[in-house]
Every structure is written in C-alpha cells, then in structure tokens.
Design a protein around this ligand. Structure first.
Ligand code: NAI
Length: 480
C-alpha cells in the first residue's frame, strides 16, 4: 500500500488529501499539522473549513484510509510520498519585505523530513512557492539526508475555494514538475499514477520543476489580472453610462476571451492572488525586469483602487459622512460558498467605514464574530501564519456588531453594502429591509447581486458597481 503523508491540514491539504483518499482506496493518506486545534476539528463533526461537498468526502474515508494526526514525525517517517502544504506568507521584515515569500514554515517542514526519514522519499511541493524553491529544499534535504534519497516534485494546486471538491474531482489539469533525470522521471510517474486513479491522462501535464513552479504564480496573476481588467472598465462604465455587465457579456462572447471570470466587483480577495502576484513582482525585480514587475504590480493597484472607490462612493453618497450612521454589511467572506476571509475586500471596506466612524453591522452566513474581530485586528499579511502563531496587534475590540440574520443587520440602517455574492442575498425580502431602514435608504451593491432597477422601484438610492448611476450619485465625487 502506497503511504502518503501531507504536512499542513489547511484549505489545500485537507480537501486535496480527502479526495486522494476517496479516489485511491489502496493508498493510505495521513494529514498532519502543528495546530492541535485544526487536527482536532478535522477529527470531529465540525470540520475546520466550510467547503460544499467536503463533509461527505471526509465522512466516507476518515478512519478507513484517511487520517488526521499531530504525530508529524511518525507519519513522515512511514510515508513514501510527502506533500507539503504549509503556509507561505508574504515577508513582513527584512530582505523582500512586503513582497517576497517567507519560507520559514516550508524550511521547518523540510528539516523535519530530513531528520526523520530513514528510507527514500518523494517530497511534493503543494504550497505555492517562488520559482527555484525546489532547489533550496533539495539542498536542505540532501545536506541533512544521511544516505536517504529524496526526489522533489512541484505539484501546485489549482482548486478554487467554494468549488474545491468539484475542482478536485474534475480538474482542468494536474501539473507535475520534476527533475529530468531518470530518478526524477520515476518520481513524476509515481505521483502521476496516484492521480491517474481518477484524472484522465491527457489532463496530467508533466514539466520541468521550474515551469511547474512558475505556472502556478503566472496562472494566479492571469486570473487576478482579468478581475482587475473588468474592474478598471467598471469605473469607466460608471463615468460614461455604460453597463459593465453588458460590456463584459459582449467581450466574453469572443471565444479568444471566453465568458468566465468577468464579473465586476468590489475587488478580489482570498489568500492567493495578491500574495502570488507580490511574489511574482519580487522575482521579476530580482531578475532585473522592473517593467515586468510594474506591469503585474498594477493589477494589485487597481484592486486597491476598486476597494477605496467603493468606500468613497458610500461616504460621498451619504452626504459626505457616515459618522454614527448604521451601515449593514452583507457578506464578509471573500466569495460565496466559503467561510474564508483571508484578504477579503470586506476587511478594507469595513476599515474604511470605521475610519469614518460608521456603526458597522455585519452578517455573513459562514463567518463568525470571532473571525471578523480577528481579521479587523490583524496587521497586513499577519493572517498567513498558523492560527496559534498569528501575531495579534494590540488593538482594542473593533466597534462592529455581528448578527446571524440579514434582517437584523439591516434594521434601522442608513445604508446596506453587499460585499459577498451569497445566493441567499438574491432572495432577501428587500421591501421588508427597505421599510425597516432609515430614509433615504441607500443600497451599495459591491457584487451586482440585486437588480438595481427593482431596488429603485422599492425606494432605495442604489449604487451597483459599473452600472449606470442614480441621478443623486452622478454629481458625487467617485474618488476623493
Ligand atoms: P492554511 O493556512 O489553511 O494551512 C496551512 C497549514 O499548515 C496550517 O494548518 C498550519 O498550521 C500548517 N503548518 C505550517 N507549518 C507547519 C509545519 N512545519 N508542520 C506541520 N504543519 C504546518 O493554508 P492553505 O490555504 O491550505 O495554503 C497552503 C499553501 O497552498 C500556501 O502556499 C497557499 O499559497 C497554497 N495554495 C492555497 C490555495 C487556496 O485556495 N487556499 C490554492 C492553491 C494553493
């Protein structure tokens, strides 16, 4: 029986290993983590992450060929293939601060593998890492190996949160990079065989190590760039009276462009896009390519611009101040169908509103009050560390209220901001919401969830990203 150990039981390690266990009954999979709380949750009825379909998959194989453990050394020692799916935060200090990846957790994992390995192992990079990380990891492993042979593979993960299980069951592609030596090729084949249990062969791409590492960063940069492109156009739509949904539809009909990933919004979030682009920017700078670095940097600039543009719209529409006004925030997760709040645009929007002294009241079907308080208290980039090691800034509890119901959040509010495209927000009784609010009642739709025309008929003053503006908003400054 092939034995797999995955170091890191997070959003990537947990779901990917659960699906491998489900699809490969002849493989034993153990997911290990330094966080006792995370492992306890994986072994409980309340999994540590929300992902449609995940519960089912875990229930089918946990205790059969899928195990979660904190006994890292034991399971690394027993494994033939070790996936490493630990945090790779952006550095906050020293060389490359604010851009480069901090590989501390990766290095710790590699040293631990070298320490406990007594037989040959395949070590697989599952975390997103800078190009040439495999070379560094190889050095750590080989110099500490005591005769054990290691093969390093790069197998970046392309799942999207919210559809992770669907993506893992039916991936567009699986990418495996390895050394072009006989041993390297053998290791690539061994990993390929695992995926071949359910992924058609023509979707398993094999490349050299550096292509695989770079493809992940480049893929995320392309996806984020697409969002920033449509968001940039959304600002122009508001200025000209065009409708971004119509423009995006027309653009997407071109088969060279395609229709997906063209929805304008308050901005992209999630743990990967910004971090991976910063990483790419840093690598370009290190290779003397400032023009390329600046090109990608602007993708992030547009994203920041979009978030501050949204806050400015809210404040300027509401007579230039939201001080002491109740603003209901519907949705805090960075997108629907996940409870993940890492780099969610809601953090910057809420901070912007709080900066103008608004009374913010938040409802999200999957995000707890504790998580929201933590997100608003953390310094930039500090979220990307194991939870028990996150350096909390010494800030007081933020003056935000969190409700378990959209109607409670909006009751008595002066304005509503929709920041996540949860399906349930499409079906709310907006007449009831309007009647319970202060007048004039404002609706700021950062995800184009509601029909602005219907909202106007109810009585709201409406701002929807990239849509023709209410006459009231036309003369208000979009950028302060
Ligand atoms: P996460 O923060 O949810 O999970 C990482 C886990 O690793 C944590 O539970 C942490 O306690 C554990 N850990 C850290 N150091 C460890 C060590 N030395 N030994 C054992 N456990 C250790 O992070 P997530 O989202 O799963 O991301 C992991 C990697 O995958 C990152 O490099 C990320 O950029 C990448 N990635 C993330 C995707 C996503 O959608 N979240 C998609 C594709 C790649």
């Amino acid at each position: 029986m092939v034995k797999i150990c995955c170091v890191g039981a997070g959003y990537v390690g947990g779901p990917t290993m659960a699906v491998i266990a489900l699809k490969c009954p002849a493989v034993e999979v153990v997911v290990v983590d330094i966080s006792v709380a995370r492992i306890t949750a994986w072994n409980s009825e309340q999994l540590p992450i929300y992902e449609p379909g995940l519960d089912d998959v875990v229930k089918q194989c946990r205790g059969r060929n899928l195990f979660f453990s904190t006994d890292i050394e034991k399971h690394i020692a027993r494994a033939d293939i070790i996936f490493v799916s630990v945090n790779t935060p952006t550095k906050t200090r020293g060389l490359g601060a604010g851009k480069a990846a901090d590989l501390t957790y990766w290095e710790n994992a590699a040293r631990m593998i070298a320490d406990v390995a007594k037989a040959d192992k395949i070590v697989v990079e599952k975390s997103t890492v800078p190009v040439k990380t495999a070379e560094a990891i190889e050095k750590i492993l080989i110099h500490n190996s005591r005769g054990v042979n290691f093969q390093i593979l790069s197998n970046p993960e392309f799942l999207a949160e919210g559809t992770a299980i669907k993506d893992l069951f039916n991936p567009d592609r699986v990418l495996i990079g390895g050394r072009e030596t006989p041993e390297g090729k053998k290791a690539v084949q061994a990993l390929k065989q695992v995926y071949a249990n359910w992924v058609p062969e023509d979707r398993i791409i094999t490349t050299n190590l550096w292509s695989a590492e770079l493809s992940k960063l480049a893929a995320n940069a392309f996806l984020a760039q697409r969002i920033s492109s449509v968001n940039a156009i959304s600002a122009l739509c508001e200025a000209t009276g065009a409708d971004v949904a119509e423009v995006a539809y027309a653009i997407g009909k071109d088969t060279r462009v395609g229709p997906r990933f063209l929805s304008a919004s308050v901005g992209f979030g999630g743990s990967c896009f910004q971090k991976d682009i910063l990483n790419l920017v840093y690598i370009c700078e290190c290779h003397g390519l400032p023009e390329v670095a600046n090109y990608w940097k602007d993708v992030i600039k547009i994203n920041d611009y979009q978030k501050s543009r949204f806050v400015n719209r809210v404040v300027s529409s509401m007579f230039n101040t939201v001080s002491e006004k109740k603003i209901a925030v519907l949705g805090f997760a960075f997108k629907k169908d996940t409870g993940d709040t890492r780099e969610t645009p809601a953090i910057d929007v809420c901070k912007g509103l709080l900066g103008d002294k608004a009374k913010v009241c938040i409802y999200d079907p999957q995000v707890t009050e504790e998580q929201i308080q933590r997100d608003l208290a953390l310094n930039k980039f500090d979220w990307d560390h194991p939870v028990h090691l996150q350096p909390m800034s010494a800030t007081e509890v933020k003056p935000v209220a969190v409700t378990r119901d959209a109607y409670e959040a909006t009751k008595g509010a002066h304005g509503v901001c929709i920041l996540t495209e949860w399906d349930e927000f499409k079906k709310l009784d907006y007449v009831r919401i309007y009647e319970s609010m202060q007048k004039p009642a404002f609706m700021f739709d950062g995800r184009n969830v509601v029909d602005p025309q219907k909202m106007r008929e109810i009585g709201f003053i409406v701002y929807s990203i990239g849509k023709p503006l209410d006459s009231w908003l036309v003369d208000r400054p979009a950028v302060v």
